[in-house]
Design a binder for this molecule. Structure first.
Ligand code: PRP
Length: 172
């Protein structure tokens, strides 16, 4: 298998700074609760949280791994839930990629039941052509084609997550 760079480190970091500036404009005051969906979003969370100029709380949620536990009803199994209460909070769900939309469609609805002030989604990558369930993402880094991507948090059998760029994994 060979790696072909799809989005360079520089483009990723530039786009994250743009998104962070937009977030700073959109949320006038108060603490922003950043909810990272493990594992893929860990680098996006780390870079986005440090690019925004406001107070943040960070928390992490772990859900069942890709494709395995997703039922046709769109229910997603939660392996590790949040530690903090979201009541009255401005919540931003931080994801690496929106694919079918099943995960974020479910999680957005779930977190809204916890009486937050607001819930929005920030996703670095969006494979819009794959959508099965609607997701209203306020912040999207890049729309990408339906190719197998790794790097910047995304894996193939747990490998390649630490690449600084997003790459397409393709046969040689
Ligand atoms: C990926 C990604 C999202 C989900 C998106 O996670 O981080 O959580 O899949 O897919 P969907 O839109 O089709 O629901 P994955 O299950 O690969 O877990 P990981 O982040 O731990 O690698």
């Amino acid at each position: 298998m060979a790696l072909r760079t799809l989005i360079s480190e520089e483009r990723i970091q530039t786009r994250i700074r743009e998104i962070a500036a937009q977030i700073d404009t959109d949320y006038p005051e108060g603490t922003l609760y950043l909810v990272c969906i493990l594992k893929g979003a860990c680098f996006f969370l780390a870079d986005l949280a440090r690019a925004v100029r406001r107070d943040t709380y960070l928390d992490f949620m772990s859900i069942s791994s890709y494709g395995k536990e997703k039922t046709s009803s769109g229910e997603v199994k939660i392996i590790k839930d949040l530690d903090i209460s979201l009541e009255g909070a401005d919540v931003l769900i931080v994801e690496d990629i929106i694919d079918t939309g099943i995960t974020l469609n479910y999680l957005t609805a779930l977190l809204k039941t916890r009486r937050p002030k607001s819930v929005r989604v920030a996703a670095l990558l969006d494979k819009t052509s794959r959508r099965v369930r609607p997701v209203d993402a306020a912040y999207v880094g890049f729309e990408i084609p339906d190719e197998f991507v790794v790097g910047y948090g995304l894996d193939f059998a747990e490998k390649y997550r630490n690449l600084r760029e997003v790459c397409v994994l393709e046969p040689e």
